[in-house]
Design a protein around this ligand. Structure first.
Ligand SMILES: C[S@@+](CC[C@H](N)C(=O)[O-])C[C@H]1O[C@@H](n2cnc3c(N)ncnc32)[C@H](O)[C@@H]1O
Length: 206
């Protein structure tokens, strides 16, 4: 995704009607599962999740695109929602180990260059026993999956988006446990929920 004022405004314009019609229900469901006190939202974009943040949590919202963050900040101001915004890359998070109780992202991993690295970073900053919650479109089984796979490469070349990534499988690979998916639209749009094992040692002494 391009990081320009126009692209960020275009994202809002394109997504707002879809969000109003369907996506906001999925966001609400995802955020009803979030536990605090300290939550990281990675790839917050223009802040479409902010209206769904449960009051009383401390939310840190990160995105690499300054123009997306600018819009998210305005949204938080309008909604009078206290949010700590950070510009950064999910593949190299500017947070210490075990800083968050829950890490959340929505429609992020289709556009991350190295999703394994991004998930490793989310795992690192999550407290043992904490949850990863993703709202994603991605790999589907059966005929729909083959259809998506057949045009995922040309679509990637046009838009830079990978439409058929298997983030549930990648989450398992990087060490998350109890990986579960909740299908929302066939098995294409889904919530992926996973847990960081309680006994995960720190990589570095605090
Ligand atoms: C499709 S948008 C989703 C935005 C928002 N989460 C939503 O649900 O509307 C993807 C967002 O991820 C951000 N992004 C992409 N790669 C990233 C990375 N490596 N680190 C942090 N943010 C990233 C983009 O700047 C963009 O704002």
């Amino acid at each position: 995704m391009k990081n320009t004022p126009r692209a960020a405004a275009g994202y809002d314009l394109f997504l707002s009607p879809l969000d109003y019609l369907v996506i906001r229900r999925w966001r609400r469901l995802l955020w009803s599962r979030v536990r605090g006190p300290h939550v990281l939202e990675a790839g917050t974009g223009t802040g479409m999740n902010i209206p769904h943040y449960p009051r009383g949590l401390r939310v840190t919202a990160l995105d690499k695109g300054e123009y997306y963050l600018e819009r998210a900040k305005n949204r938080a101001r309008r909604l009078n929602m206290p949010v700590e915004f950070v510009q950064g890359d999910v593949q190299d998070l500017p947070f210490p180990e075990q800083a968050f109780d829950t890490v959340v992202s929505t429609f992020l991993f289709c556009s991350v260059d190295n999703p394994t690295r991004g998930l490793e970073e989310l795992h690192r900053v999550l407290k043992p026993g904490g949850r990863l919650l993703l709202l994603e479109h991605g790999a589907s089984r059966g005929r729909l999956g083959s259809f998506m796979n057949s045009f995922s490469e040309p679509l990637y070349r046009m838009t830079g988006d990978h439409i058929a990534r298997d983030t549930a499988a990648l989450s398992r690979e990087v060490g998350f446990a109890e990986v579960q998916t909740t299908p929302l639209l066939w098995d294409v749009v889904k919530i992926v929920s996973a847990k960081k094992r309680e006994n995960t040692p720190r990589a570095f002494a605090p």
